[in-house]
Design a protein. Structure first.
Length: 200
């Protein structure tokens, strides 16, 4: 019997809507994000989850609480935080091009090699994310698990599963559901970037 992982990106924040880098900043859900989380609740209501984990950032905790209810046992995990975008945080793409021109352009060219000023290196980010998932899988064998986290976390984990590298290759939408299975030491993807529930 496989271990089934439901990786859920947190619902929308005002910064997401404004296309600003959130990173490790503790941003709450917007009104639209709360509505998205309520729709997640409807989608997931008939699934029996043996454990629920989430990033310790407010937007992930709020999404988990709205989706699974106040009575659910939800375990915050700091290692599931988004990457720290350093000086890029709080700024949009256009603002970073203006304020952090050289560093931002270098980072966009190759995020895996170019460090973010005052931020987290991609290699370190990937290491902590994979460490978190290894712990979760090891403690939840043959069970169905929910993990509410961030776009960068899901992207870097997906890249690892597909052995495709990169950072931007596998970005998912806010409040999307992504299903992975771990069986016989291997991880496969069963569903990716499912947002159908948001439009029903």
């Amino acid at each position: 019997m496989p271990t089934t992982l439901y990786l859920i990106r947190h619902a929308e924040t005002s910064w997401n809507k404004q296309k600003r880098y959130c990173g490790i900043r503790d941003i709450a859900l917007s009104a639209q994000g709360m509505r998205q989380a309520e729709k997640l609740k409807k989608k997931l209501k008939n699934i029996r989850f043996h454990a629920i984990y989430c990033s310790d950032r407010k937007r992930a905790i709020q999404t988990a609480r709205l989706a699974f209810g106040n009575e659910a046992k939800i375990t915050p995990v700091a290692e599931l935080r988004e990457i720290c975008f350093g000086v890029f945080e709080g700024l949009s793409h256009a603002q970073n091009l203006k304020r952090n021109t050289a560093a931002y352009k270098r980072w966009l060219t190759d995020p895996t090699k170019e460090p973010i000023p005052k931020g987290e290196k991609i290699k370190a980010f990937k290491t902590r994310v994979l460490r978190a998932f290894k712990k979760i899988i090891r403690s939840s064998r043959n069970k169905t698990i929910a993990v509410v986290t961030h776009g960068g976390v899901i992207s870097i984990f997906t890249g690892h599963v597909l052995n495709s590298g990169g950072f931007w290759k596998h970005l998912v939408s806010s409040a999307s559901v992504n299903i992975f299975e771990h069986k016989n030491g291997k991880i496969s993807i069963k569903s990716f970037n499912d947002t159908e529930h948001l439009y029903g």
